[in-house]
Design a protein around this ligand. Structure first.
Ligand code: SF4
Length: 1001
């Protein structure tokens, strides 16, 4: 086996650095070559060791290699030896993860790679006598059959040459290569337990919360008065509720560095223990969920104990679906070898993962770069096709297992979108008087971290979109793949034996499936842009569906449908597109060939109202049989209560839930939106909802591939948020470092650490009221309890803030020169924040070569094909790296220490001037539209500034490259952070003299 694969032992090695490419030749010669030289040498060189082949290829100006990779990528070996463990995907990151000392890492030249290889192979050799030995052997042989370049070296390390037969086969009694991928056979099964009783309502005291906090911090920990105060005030969110629909709400602003995560974990864990319930801790992003989970290690240092008490919950689409994995494995033989390699590496991970979380969990963020993002999404349940109890892997399913663990946990770490969706579903179920089983037992205590994002999350959760993509997705959910090369399962296949032979169920199902042909047919996007091919079959409509008979049954639909010429959804979408193209202001520049175009819904194009009515009728004909089907399925639970086994019961409950959530609720929302076509909003009234049309043109794709839709958003999305939370929530803590806009807050010099501010001045009252409006706290019956804890940081000592006043912000060349100068002045460690992707790219392409030459590697969101978490991992590990990013980097980067010492913001982050913003600033600003915009910009600047200082020993510089910055925005910066306006050269000199010198800066 080994002979046909490259050997890693005498392979050359390559790393990129600012002087070119560091090369260790196969003869042991140590060189630095230019990119042109190494590209030429690669033609004849034996297979080299590299780290992160896609990134290395891009460095050489080559396309990222596919699988099997032509090089020996050390990250692939890492994924094989250390599954379910992440690492920054650079030579330095690997070296640190493998315990190599800093002095040995040095500049991470090519001679480091053989050392890293040998360390990993030494660990692999240790595994060959462990419990996984047989699996590793089978997996290696399967990978070798697919051409994995490490297969020879790994086989040699595992001693396979002694085990393999003459044709490379494993002994008959050993695990066979094909079986190694069938992980669903070996994963542990979950077992149901009796439902958890409802929690008690015993209060907890401040003293208990403080004592728990002290325990979490450990003996001798630095005392943070603000953190203990935060833990104390948070206990009010755990008071027993006094009136139905009136939760205790605590609004607590905790300045950066307060330590609020442990501050709320302390009371939450005390309450959960005492009352036998779960506290749901919600944050904005999946990445932040993982950060909170890390903090719970102090509460439960033992992995097994923590696993019982703390569960990280995400939407189903984030987890590995074993049935999809099985189908992918079964079809892999007919697909390219790279698919088998990806599935084999996924199988390796699946046996080691804690929870099967594919996105932001223990699957490294760079896994998709190496093995194909499509191979990951293909094994997740992205389209809601789960067949629940009918699935042969149900009892080993990661999703089901996680849901069950969450029911028993003390702390469930979730995200805002999931919490809101769950609360909305449980409210709908109550409104329907439905007794369908919920996935999660509805929690009663919540902590909302990153509370300043609640309105954004609610805006997404409670908006509706009738677009081509959404409607086509529903068609696919109902009808399946429709003959395309896809494994998509339709509703019929998922319901299967639940309806077969039962006319009361089969008839509405058939009617619904026929009516589903009114949704966009395959190829809709191309037809929408008016570029359909001549051979494309016309969409099949279902405009005239039969009505339900008096008996509630539907007539046989095959004979009842008269074919008509137009698909009603596609017809409607075409008119939407026509209206948005006619009314939006296209700027006609090349960089606007993608992105969104918007226009108001009213006034309508002449034919749009009629098309909307036709579509509403067609959607009604789809919704009704689905509703009938759901009701009759649900009735089976009662009618056959004595004969249904628990698996079938569970399946029926899950299918009813899926029908309601995936189809009926969505169709009802669409029909309501279409009703708005006939009801233009009165000009002089405040609307509840905002309707508009949007055309999305996706980047780097054909113009024909676009989407258009009718959108409906709440004017104030915190209204539905409060409405759905009011019933289940008995107590809520809403916290953030940036709840209040500082313009309305008295600016004080720094006070004693953690000292609570005076909350009762008039200005402060205004700031709190605005914070309550932004978080929805003002919609609950009882007033929120307010608290504010100052940041312990000394911003006057630890930071410098500049506005550069001699840059032409309209010139991308000037902007690029400014970034280059400032990043070089800080010696790297710079985070560049942008409000537009096009400017980010323009700056990146201009400064990357010069920074590389200075030894400052530059990474960028929207440029480097890596997810944000991976980019941040690299930035954190490579102390002299710089990173460019947009909104997600502004809000989610937590990089303590010297790795982040400079934040450069290209311009004032004003709100995007779109239709939603226009309406909200008119109706929610109280007449002060300028003040409304200012508040948004100030809060964003505060967020960005907050990235800079994460510990007492940090020093950092914040630079705004926008000379038009109004002085009224400067209150965004914390007390003590003096803002100075000066030229670029002076700013660079100030940075050089303020930041600590490091070996390279
Ligand atoms: S139960 Fe559903 S999500 Fe789980 S493995 Fe089966 S089909 Fe996939």
């Amino acid at each position: 086996m080994q002979s046909s694969f490259p050997s890693a032992h005498d392979a050359p090695a390559l790393t990129a650095h600012h002087r070119g490419i560091s090369v260790l030749t196969e003869d042991g010669e140590f060189l630095t070559l230019s990119i042109a030289e190494i590209r030429e040498r690669l033609q004849t060189m034996p297979c080299p060791l590299v780290v992160h082949a896609p990134a290395f290829a891009r460095k050489l100006g080559l396309h990222a290699p596919g699988q099997p990779c032509p090089w020996l990528d050390l990250l692939e070996l890492f994924a094989f030896v250390y599954p379910a463990r992440s690492v920054a995907p650079t030579p330095r990151g690997l070296a640190l993860a493998l315990g190599v000392e800093e002095e040995r890492i040095g500049q991470a030249e090519a001679d480091l790679l053989p050392l890293l290889t040998s360390l990993m192979l030494a660990e692999l050799a240790r595994l060959k006598s462990g419990p996984e030995a047989e699996f590793l052997a089978a997996l290696t042989v399967r990978l070798g059959q697919a051409g994995w370049p490490w297969a020879g070296t790994v086989a040699e390390t595992l001693g396979l040459h002694e085990k393999l037969g003459p044709r490379g086969q494993l002994p008959e009694d050993a695990m066979q290569p094909g079986d190694a991928l069938r992980v669903w056979r070996v994963l542990p099964k979950w077992e149901d337990v009796a439902p958890r009783p409802p929690p008690a309502s015993h209060p907890i005291t401040s003293a208990e919360a403080r004592a728990r906090l002290t325990m979490l911090l450990g003996e001798g920990a630095e005392s943070r008065a603000g953190q203990a105060d935060f833990a104390s005030v948070s206990t009010a969110a755990f008071e027993p509720r006094t009136m139905h629909g009136n939760p205790a709400v605590v609004l607590a602003e905790a300045g950066t560095g307060t330590g609020k995560t442990l501050g709320y974990i302390a009371p939450a864990s005390v309450w959960a223990e005492r009352n036998g319930g779960s506290v749901w801790i919600s944050t904005y992003t999946r990445h932040l969920q993982r950060q909170i989970e890390q903090e719970t290690h102090r509460l439960f240092p033992d992995d097994a104990t923590r696993r019982r008490h703390v569960v990280l919950r995400k939407g189903r689409e984030n987890y590995l679906c074993l049935l999809n994995m099985e189908e992918a494995v079964n079809s892999a033989a007919s697909r390219p070898a790279g698919v088998t390699i990806a599935l084999a590496m996924l199988a390796r991970w699946a046996r080691a993962t804690a929870d099967g979380d594919l996105t932001g969990g223990d699957l490294p963020g760079w896994f998709g770069d190496l093995f194909g993002h499509g191979n990951i999404t293909g094994v997740a349940d992205r389209r809601g096709e789960c067949i629940h109890g009918a699935c042969p892997h149900y009892q080993r399913c990661f999703v089901e297992h996680t849901i069950r663990r969450a029911r028993e946990a003390d702390l469930v770490i979730a995200n805002h979108a999931l919490v809101m969706a769950q609360a909305a579903y449980s409210e709908n179920a109550m409104a329907d008087d439905s007794e369908e089983g919920e996935e999660d037992s509805t929690p009663s205590r919540y902590v909302f971290d990153e509370g300043h994002h609640l309105a954004d999350a609610a805006d997404g959760a409670f908006s509706a979109e009738l677009s081509g993509l959404e409607a086509a997705e529903l068609r696919r959910w109902l009808l399946g793949a429709e003959g395309r090369r896809s494994r998509a399962r339709g509703l019929k296949r998922r319901l299967d034996d639940l309806v077969v032979g039962l006319p009361k169920l089969e008839t509405p199902l058939d009617a619904a499936l026929m009516a589903a042909h009114a949704l966009p047919a395959p190829g809709w996007s191309t037809r929408l842009a008016g570029t359909e091919g001549e051979n494309e079959p016309p969409p099949h409509p279902a405009e005239d569906m039969p009505a339900q008979g008096e008996d509630g049954l539907f007539p046989m639909v095959q004979n009842a449908v008269e074919p008509v010429l137009e698909n009603p959804t596609e017809m409607f979408l075409k008119l939407l597109r026509q209206q948005v193209l006619a009314r939006s202001q296209e700027r006609g520049r090349a960089d606007h060939a993608y992105g969104a175009l918007e226009c108001d819904l009213h006034p309508l194009l002449p034919d749009l109202a009629q098309a909307g009515q036709a579509l509403a009728r067609a959607l009604g004909r789809l919704a009704e049989p689905l509703r009938t089907l759901a009701e009759r399925l649900h009735a089976r639970l009662q009618d056959e209560a004595e004969s249904l086994d628990s698996v079938t019961r569970g399946r029926i409950e899950a299918m009813v839930r899926a029908l309601r959530r995936r189809a009926i609720t969505r169709l009802d929302a669409w029909i309501a939106m279409l009703d708005a076509l006939d009801h233009p909003p009165p000009a002089d009234a405040t609307p509840t909802h905002i309707h508009f049309i949007r055309l999305d043109r996706r980047e780097k794709q054909r113009m024909g591939e676009q989407d258009v839709g009718l959108h409906r958003h709440w004017l104030d999305p915190t209204v539905p948020f409060a409405a759905v939370m009011a019933m289940p929530a008995q107590g809520m803590l809403i916290t953030s470092a940036t709840l209040r806009d500082q313009s309305d807050t008295p600016r004080k010099p720094p006070t004693e650490e953690g000292q609570t501010e005076d909350l009762y001045s008039e200005e402060s009252e205004r700031a709190w009221e605005a914070a309550e409006a932004r978080t929805g706290a003002n919609h609950f019956p009882a007033p929120a309890i307010r608290a504010s804890l100052s940041s312990p940081f000394d911003y006057a000592r630890q930071t410098r803030t500049f506005i550069v006043n001699d840059i032409d912000h309209g010139s991308i060349a000037d902007l690029a020169a400014a970034y280059r100068t400032l990043f070089q002045a800080s010696g790297g460690g710079g985070l560049g924040l942008f409000t537009a992707i096009s400017r980010l790219r323009g700056v990146h392409s201009r400064i990357a070569p010069a920074l590389e030459e200075s030894g400052l590697p530059l990474y960028a969101q929207h440029v480097d094909a890596m997810d944000n978490a991976t980019l941040v991992d690299i930035f954190r590990t490579e102390e002299h790296a710089c990173l460019l990013g947009t909104d997600a980097m502004r809000d989610g980067v937590d990089v303590p220490g010297n790795a982040l010492r400079l934040v450069v913001f290209e311009r004032v982050p004003w709100p995007r001037p779109d239709i939603l913003h226009r309406e909200r600033r008119i109706h929610l600003s109280g007449g002060d539209t300028t003040g409304y915009d200012d508040r948004i910009a100030r809060l964003r600047l505060r967020q960005a500034f907050g990235r800079l200082i994460r510990s007492q020993s940090d020093r950092g510089v914040f630079v705004l490259l926008d000379r038009r910055t109004p002085s009224r925005l400067l209150s965004a910066f914390p007390p003590g952070a003096e803002v100075r306006r000066m030229g670029l050269a002076d700013t660079a000199r100030e940075i050089e003299s303020f930041l600590p010198r490091t070996p390279q800066n």
